[in-house]
Write a protein that binds this ligand. Structure first.
Ligand code: ZN
Length: 270
């Protein structure tokens, strides 16, 4: 039994720097379910073995661990990533795009690690993009918290993009979309638009001429107030998913962005 404990204590120490009694007991019981009833007897032995293992150097641990074999089940947990269809070596670009509203949570960490591992596996680039176009959802300290959390996870990124510093680019594309007749400024109230959307009916602003739309777009920076108007994408009123019907691309926010001083009002890229 001591040998089994030793084996898992070594593995745990190798994986995490220091062996943890609960983790080791868990592994021992997984291989020997009968031991579940004897956890109390097991505990002092585990603690003793762990003390010994934690005093070993990494080289010593690596030396000892070679004499043990780990079942296939053990190894499966460290299985390789699933191949991505069409991915080419050296050309995989992944992005991790948190909203800087606080430190990362587990869901974020999972996405960040997966993206980073794919970039390491294929070679390419990892882009960290702060989705901070809505100032109401930004916590200034969070930018650094996120960078720190990522470094703690062992993640390095090749490029950083702060969306709020690129608003002029988004405005430029918004104007282009309007000129091409692909989006329009809508001044329906939320309730009015909701009814039209459910009924698959076009709103009265959908067919406004581009020139008028461009004028209204500029008014979103001046005399329109927060909530008065949104820029909608002409996606179609009869799409099966109501959320996709004529969805908004931009709305007005009166709040200032962290990283840029803009016009009197700014839009939010949704
Ligand atoms: Zn409308």
């Amino acid at each position: 039994m001591r040998e089994l404990i030793f084996k898992y204590a070594l593995k745990n120490a190798l994986d995490f720097g220091n062996a943890n009694p609960k983790a080791v007991i868990g592994k021992v019981i997984a291989e020997n379910p009968d031991m579940r009833k004897k956890v109390k007897d097991l505990f002092p032995v585990v603690e003793e073995v762990i003390e010994e293992v934690n005093s070993l150097s990494r080289d010593e641990i690596e030396g000892y661990i070679k004499s043990f074999t780990f079942e296939e089940k053990e190894r499966k947990k460290e299985q390789k990533l699933q191949e991505l269809k069409c991915a080419e070596k050296g050309k995989v670009v992944m992005r991790f795009a948190p909203n800087p509203s606080g430190p990362l949570h587990m869901g974020h960490a999972r996405a960040a690690v997966l993206n980073s591992e794919y970039v390491k596996y294929y070679g390419g680039k990892l882009i960290l993009r702060f989705e901070d176009t809505d100032p109401a959802r930004v916590m200034p300290k969070a930018y650094n918290m996120i960078r720190e959390d990522l470094r703690w996870l062992g993640i390095e990124w090749d490029k950083e993009v702060v969306q709020s510093s690129r608003l002029e680019i988004y405005y430029k594309y918004a104007r282009e979309l309007i000129e091409k007749g692909l989006s329009y400024v809508c001044t329906c109230t939320a309730e009015e638009f909701q009814k039209l959307k459910i009924g698959k009916v076009e709103c009265p602003h959908r067919n406004t001429a581009s020139r008028k739309n461009l004028e209204n777009f500029e008014r979103m920076f001046s005399d329109f107030n927060e909530g008065d108007a949104v820029l909608r994408f002409k996606s179609g009123v009869d799409l099966p998913d109501p959320a996709m019907r004529e969805f908004p691309l931009m709305r007005i926010s009166e709040k200032k962005h962290q990283s840029i001083l803009l016009l009197r009002r700014e839009f939010i890229l949704l």
